[in-house]
Design a binder for this molecule. Structure first.
Ligand code: AHR
Length: 620
């Protein structure tokens, strides 16, 4: 491999090249990155009709001690369902309550992770005509051990109207499979609504689960595309994500049933929180909105204006100053400064559907008129033939076999250099080559990404999909980050992304590979100046073949009088079998350990994680 490291070599890689795509799929948000422990906090999973679906809430007590029902008496206008508990037993007398009382419990998303010494804020709304005495506790999954508890008492006059209760619980012990209980031994009728339990310890107090947030931050994403995917479209328009229903006080958000990935979300992770996530992780937000098209129904272009106005209002929410109508809502939520929203995508995978083009143009014109600087992303693929409509970028999605994706490292070679740029907003190896996250898939993806770097004069952005999976609800295979209530690991595909963190904004160096095994080998080199003022070169090589290859690397074009080499490191991602995967038991079975190659001044030891800025990256 000959690398020309001279000043005039190569081309600049866009600052935005590598980012992430967050979709509410596989419980990525609800029961994932969003740290809320209670699932279905408003008792209306599946909708606002009664009797409503209170799942996964369960009842403590039997028919002779408690009657639980739902009615529409809540104080929250957009989510009227409340839970009614009629307690038939008492603490003493003939109909004595079981020890610990009767009530309800919520196991969260396949168990709540409660950690010793940590505090959790529990909030709920209550109403009763009688005085109340409610025990709020985290217990073991069978309710027998109590890990934290507090009693809430109030006189009848204090709770005759809906009243917010708040209590801080500190866990006495750790349990990854805990549950939240609200119980009482006091006869009477109690209404409950909007029950939340949040760990105090979230990223900057913004509600993001720390370990999962850190895994995102480590990718150093330049952008974050959100909130889907199919999640944005819905099977039916009535179930699509609606940004307005996801902002404002959490108690007032109706939540919705995502009918593509088939689960309820309380929408605690809403439009505001996505914008905040982007800011916190240092990425530019890319908002995907519904353009009046779902999987099964669509709005005619002649009637699409309400959707257009919805998008314009969403832009005002993100960018308007706090004197604007929607900017004021954002400011009231704690972010008076506008968010740095520069990109929007009109729909997801909708090109070719009857009304897409017509609708798209309505959005395009209205947005460009109001916000000329906003970059608009079309769903139509312009990689082979130019688009027949105006756009700043076009979406390109690919899910395929390992061989196919590896061969697609040349995909954008013949793409026209004029016109809109490509946004490879979803790519992954899927099917039998991928398992639930194999080395083979990661190798092919690495080859593909090298091709994107090479063609980054026409490819402006790329992100893997999907990002997260809660192992208790795998809706899609494979995914980059696998987690449960308390653990997380990266698949090999995740680690591949980590090796491209310095590419965005770097210089792609001209490099020539002279090899007989050209079909199984791809390689590239980038150079960048680090914050320490030093210039670094990273060489990446992927051997996709089954034979080992000796690769000789020569770097030329540097002026020996001005360049002093200070050393190098080498990192190898490999395994005994190409279908090997990481797991909770072996989270780093496939993990690229760092080797000091020559005279690097102790940057890393054998087997450590490489400081990414000094990494030479090889796959063998
Ligand atoms: O990434 C999973 C799904 O794949 C996305 O929701 C959709 O855009 C694509 O079909």
């Amino acid at each position: 491999l000959f690398i020309d490291a001279s000043e005039r070599s190569g081309h600049p890689i866009p600052q935005t090249l590598f980012g992430i795509f967050f979709e509410e799929i596989n419980h990525a948000g609800a029961g994932g990155l969003w740290a809320e422990l209670v699932s279905n906090r408003g008792f209306e999973a599946g909708g606002s009709n009664i009797p409503s679906n209170i799942d996964p809430w369960s009842i403590i007590g039997n028919e002779s001690s408690i009657i639980v029902s739902t009615d529409r008496s809540s104080c929250f206008e957009h989510n009227k369902v409340a839970l009614r508990m009629e307690v038939l037993c008492t603490s003493e007398g003939t109909s004595t309550c079981p020890s610990g009382g009767v009530g309800i419990y919520n196991p969260g998303f396949w168990g709540m992770n409660i950690e010793q010494g940590k505090s959790y804020k529990v909030v709920f709304y209550v109403r009763s005509m009688e005085a109340i005495d409610i025990s709020v506790s985290f217990t073991s999954s069978n309710g027998l051990q109590t890990h934290a508890s507090a009693n809430i008492t109030a006189s009848a006059s204090d709770v005759s109207n809906w009243t917010k209760m708040e209590v801080l619980l500190e866990a006495k012990e750790t349990n990854h499979n805990s549950r939240l209980q609200l119980t009482t031994s006091k006869k009477g009728v109690i209404w409950l609504d909007q029950v939340s339990a949040m760990p105090l310890d979230t990223y900057k107090g913004h509600g993001f689960r720390n370990d999962l947030f850190q895994m995102l931050a480590d990718i150093k994403p330049q952008f974050i595309r959100f909130p889907g995917g199919c999640f944005v479209e819905g099977e039916w328009l009535r179930n699509a994500f609606r940004w307005k229903a996801s902002v404002g006080p959490w108690e007032e958000r109706p939540g919705h049933f995502g009918d593509v990935w088939m689960y309820w979300t309380d929408d605690g992770l809403g439009y505001f929180e996505f914008l905040q996530l982007a800011e916190d992780v240092g990425a530019l937000p890319i908002w995907v909105f519904n353009n009046g098209v779902s999987h099964n129904d669509q709005v005619d272009t002649s009637s699409v204006l309400p959707f257009v106005q919805e998008a314009l209002d969403g832009l005002e929410f993100a960018r308007g100053d706090s004197s604007s109508r929607w900017g004021a809502v954002r400011a009231a939520m704690g972010h008076p400064e506008p968010y740095d929203l520069r990109y929007v995508a009109v729909g997801n995978e909708d090109c070719g559907k009857k009304n897409y083009q017509g609708n798209y143009l309505k959005f395009y014109d209205a947005i460009k008129r109001a916000y000329p600087d906003i970059q608009i992303i079309s769903n139509c693929d312009g990689s082979s033939t130019p688009l027949d409509h105006p756009a700043d970028l076009y979406d390109f999605h690919v899910y395929t076999s390992a061989n196919d994706l590896f061969s697609m490292s040349n995909k954008f070679v013949h793409t026209s250099r004029q016109g809109p740029k490509a946004f490879v907003s979803e790519y992954a190896v899927t099917g039998k080559d991928a398992g639930t996250g194999s080395l083979l898939a990661a190798l092919a993806e690495a080859g593909f990404l090298i091709g994107l770097e090479k063609n980054s004069d026409v490819v402006q952005m790329a992100s893997y999909a999907p990002l997260f999976v809660n192992t208790n609800d795998r809706r899609w295979n494979p995914d980059a980050i696998v987690f449960n209530s308390f653990q997380a690991y990266g698949t090999p595909s995740y680690w591949v992304q980590r090796f491209f963190t310095e590419s965005s904004g770097a210089t792609f160096l001209n490099a020539t590979l002279q090899t007989d095994s050209s079909t199984s080998l791809v390689a590239s080199a980038i150079a960048w100046k680090n914050s320490d003022g030093q210039t670094y070169i990273r060489i990446k090589a992927v051997n996709f073949g089954s034979n080992s290859v000796n690769l000789q690397i020569s770097v030329g074009g540097m002026d020996p009088n001005s360049v002093k080499l200070s050393g190098s490191t080498k990192t190898i991602l490999t395994s005994a079998g190409v279908m090997d995967e990481n797991s909770f038991n072996e989270p780093k079975k496939l993990f690229p350990p760092c080797r000091t190659h020559s005279n690097t001044a102790g940057k890393c030891g054998q087997g450590d994680e490489c400081p990414t800025f000094t990494t030479f990256f090889n796959f063998i």
